[in-house]
Design a protein around this ligand. Structure first.
Ligand code: NDP
Length: 333
């Protein structure tokens, strides 16, 4: 029996494939083109237990049907990671909201019609939990029980809001479906995900959306104004990937797994970069070594951490591994 991973080319999904293959699962990945599937198969060393199917655009609510007609009976576990995560659009419905929601509904409907799936894991986000207004409220405590209060119309003010809401609406659709169809569902709700790309060759001048926070700081110049000056929460990609496996292995049905290892800010990342890579001539930041005292909500994900049962990678390691890979690619390490 096989595990299906949608959006297999993604930053997080490639690490999910890594851990699944390490544990000898039969793995089917969905990719948008033949070339992408062939490249990924080669990168993983062409293992016989890894195959790919093409799903071009999850905005089409029937996009998953041919795959499930063909291979539905093989698939026991579905890990649905595919969803647009970028801010390069002004057509929020078409490019963010619709693919997120139709992708989730579409795969669940295909499972219902043609599949024999035992367990579904959907990659949601902290964005589906956190209400923007609350994240800067120093007295707020958010947990896996909270929901972003965004509305379909109200979220379409800028791409960040629209992306966050796309995750909320997609996750809501998944829980509604699970309730109505008695599907065994777990969602994974990570905060900003840092960490290395699975394959060095995929390091490009522009990285995936979350790692661009680190990449931007790495390419800063002394004296640059640090803009935007992030203060948020992070988790490492390898922990996010492992959580996808634990979610079905431990049968954490009905759980929203909130993944965060704590707060970070731009200054803290610059401090790590300047300490670990003193040869770099980059910004020292406005207040080197100074702790971030801006008010922020606490994300109490102790329930999820207890259920998962493994220690998360810390900021220093996550930033180091991300940056060392970039510097190697640039011939600077
Ligand atoms: P990536 O952009 O690296 O991966 C996204 C994946 O989804 C890619 O495989 C992409 O395919 C696929 N995809 C996007 N749009 C479509 C579409 N319309 N049709 C078919 N496939 C599509 O992002 P991440 O790995 O960072 O994110 C993976 C998941 O994790 C997403 O659901 C994201 O919302 C969630 N997440 C990410 C966080 C982060 O900080 N990185 C934090 C919280 C949640 P292709 O490569 O061909 O474009």
């Amino acid at each position: 029996m096989a595990v299906l991973v949608t959006g297999a080319t993604g930053f997080i999904a490639q690490w999910v494939l890594h851990y699944l293959l390490k544990e000898n699962y039969q793995v089917i990945g969905t990719v948008r083109s033949q070339e992408k599937g062939e490249k990924l198969h080669r990168q993983f060393g062409s293992p016989s237990n890894l195959s790919f199917e093409i799903v071009k655009d999850i905005s089409d609510s029937e996009a998953f049907e041919p795959l499930f007609k063909k291979r539905g009976k093989e698939i026991e576990i579905v890990l649905h990671t595919a969803s647009p995560f970028h801010f390069n659009t002004s057509n929020y419905e078409k490019d963010l909201l619709i693919p997120a929601v139709n992708g989730t509904k579409g795969i669940l409907n295909a499972i219902k019609q043609y599949g024999d799936v035992k367990k579904v894991v959907v990659t949601s986000s902290y964005a589906a939990i956190a209400d923007f207004a609350k994240t800067t409220d120093g007295s707020a405590v958010l947990t896996e029980k909270d929901w972003n209060s965004a509305t379909w119309e109200g979220c379409q003010t800028d791409p960040v809001n629209a992306y966050c809401a796309s995750k909320k609406f997609a996750e809501e659709a998944a829980w509604t479906f699970a309730r109505e169809n008695k599907t065994s569902l777990t969602t994974i709700n990570p905060v900003f995900v840092f960490g290395p790309q699975k394959f060095d060759e995929d390091v490009t001048p522009q990285l995936n959306t979350s790692n661009e926070i680190i990449n931007g700081l790495l390419h800063s110049k002394p004296g640059d104004k640090i803009e935007p000056d992030y203060h948020s929460v992070y988790v490492d990609v390898r922990d996010v990937a492992r959580a996808h496996l634990v979610a079905f292995q431990k049968e954490l049905s009905g759980e929203r797994l909130g993944l965060s290892e704590g707060r970070f800010c731009s200054q803290q990342i610059l401090d790590i970069l300047n300490e670990k890579f003193p040869q770099l001539n980059i910004s020292k930041g406005p207040e080197p070594g100074k702790e971030d005292t801006r008010p922020a909500a606490l994300f109490d994900n102790s329930r999820s951490k207890g259920l998962l049962g493994f220690r998360f990678i810390g900021l220093e390691q996550s930033v180091y591994d991300t940056v060392a890979q970039v510097l190697k690619k640039e011939g600077k390490l």
